[in-house]
Ligand binder design. Structure first.
Ligand SMILES: Cc1cc2nc3c(=O)[nH]c(=O)nc-3n(C[C@H](O)[C@H](O)[C@H](O)COP(=O)(O)OP(=O)(O)OC[C@H]3O[C@@H](n4cnc5c(N)ncnc54)[C@H](O)[C@@H]3O)c2cc1C
Length: 99
């Protein structure tokens, strides 16, 4: 089992949804842990040959390029992707914990 990480907000998955959620939460001033079992951004779209409808990349890019753009955007907000497979989530004295 992973060790437990305590935080105000735990976002599980660094695909498009988790990436957008983590950035918006940090912009609102929350402390956020973004965890993905692959340790990478992109989620399923990383496998796409060409993504034509992305708000992150223009002109159309491969899924891997889109994943890199997400990674750069997270870096701008100092949000690391922790390589954790989240198996447990709970509420502790000072926030959410997961691991
Ligand atoms: C080949 C292919 C091509 C595609 N092309 C397009 C396209 O051109 N345009 C488009 O709009 N959509 C496309 N899609 C769809 C797009 O990939 C999905 O809609 C999108 O990835 C969903 O994002 P998500 O963040 O909700 O979930 P996901 O992308 O599924 O991300 C979930 C993430 O959570 C992580 N995770 C899951 N469980 C845990 C856990 N317990 N602990 C830690 N991490 C966990 C996974 O590793 C994953 O990285 C394509 C999909 C595929 C497979």
């Amino acid at each position: 089992m992973n060790s437990l990480h305590e935080t105000e907000v735990l976002v599980v998955g660094a695909g498009p949804a988790g990436t957008a959620a983590a950035i918006q939460l940090v912009r609102l001033g929350h402390s956020v842990i973004l965890a993905d079992r692959t340790g990478q951004t992109g989620g399923l779209v990383r496998n796409a040959f060409e993504v034509q409808n992305s708000p992150f990349t223009y002109p159309p890019a491969s899924g891997q390029q889109l994943a890199l753009a997400m990674q750069r955007h997270l870096s701008k907000w100092d949000i690391p992707v922790l390589p954790l497979n989240i198996e447990h989530i709970g509420v502790g004295d000072s926030g959410i914990y997961g691991g």
